[in-house]
Design a protein around this ligand. Structure first.
Ligand code: FE
Length: 249
């Protein structure tokens, strides 16, 4: 069965990386919650998509240059007054849940990996009993290399449309194999059966991201990709239920 990952806790249903979205996702009939992490200036780890607070909260500034207290005073847009979560708080929400983590390692505002960040993320997840329920993802091969040194947990390379276009599937596979990356995810709009076959034939697991609209969700389900991320987890679950119902009839 194709796995569903609630992207940032279901941005189009609950706001971007909101406590409400993460709490709701923890009780859903899906397999994974996707989220992004950034370090604060004072050593905390915050669950937030952008490297800054500017676009998705009423505050501004780069997370890596702010204290946790400053970040906690920011209100997330469409978050019903809620504030960004720490990674520890996210672990607490999911401790009693059946839903697993898909933790994306984000770069800083300059597009480069944060120094010595990956081992700290792995350590917090381990301390809170979530590491064994976590798969990691990143657009950055360097971050995937750092993950390989820090943990044996699964790693997924997020391959953007420009990278896929510039490298081509064969070179993406070469890079993945050279770095021991067992799985890739491509934008749903760049996915098709032929591309999936190229990766799967090469022994690389294949998934999709950004399947937010009904047609995109249905495409991911009909391709039977391994996993897809979606901003509409409730819709994705309903489409998957219908899809399997139809298939069984
Ligand atoms: Fe992400």
């Amino acid at each position: 069965m194709t796995r569903i990952a609630s992207h940032r806790g279901g941005t189009l249903e609950f706001g971007d990386s909101t406590p409400q979205g993460f709490a709701a996702t923890a009780g859903m009939a899906l397999e994974e919650v996707e989220f992004d992490v950034h370090p604060t200036a004072d050593g905390a780890i915050v669950v937030h998509h952008d490297p800054t607070l500017d676009a998705t909260t009423d505050s501004s500034g780069a997370i890596a240059e702010l204290t946790l207290a400053a970040i906690k005073s920011a209100t997330i847009r469409y978050g019903a007054g809620a504030n960004p979560l720490t990674l520890e708080e996210l672990c607490a929400i999911y401790a009693p849940s059946h839903v697993g983590f898909r933790c994306e390692i984000k770069p800083g505002i300059d597009g480069m990996p944060y120094e010595d960040f990956v081992p700290r993320v792995v350590s917090v997840l381990a301390q809170h009993g979530m590491l064994e329920r976590t798969a990691f993802s990143s657009f950055l091969v360097r971050s995937l290399d750092e993950l390989a040194r820090a943990t044996a947990r699964p790693r997924l390379w997020l391959v953007s449309p420009p990278v896929l276009r510039q490298l081509g599937a064969e070179t993406v596979i070469e890079v993945a194999k050279a770095h021991g990356i067992p799985e890739v995810g491509v934008h749903i709009d760049t996915a098709d059966l032929a591309l999936q076959d190229v990766f799967v034939s090469a022994g690389i697991d294949f998934g999709c991201w950004a399947a937010h609209h009904r047609e995109q969700i249905d495409k991911a389900l009909s391709l039977q990709v391994k996993v897809f991320t979606t901003d509409r987890p409730t819709l994705a679950i309903a489409r998957r239920n219908g899809f399997h119902g139809k298939g069984a009839a």
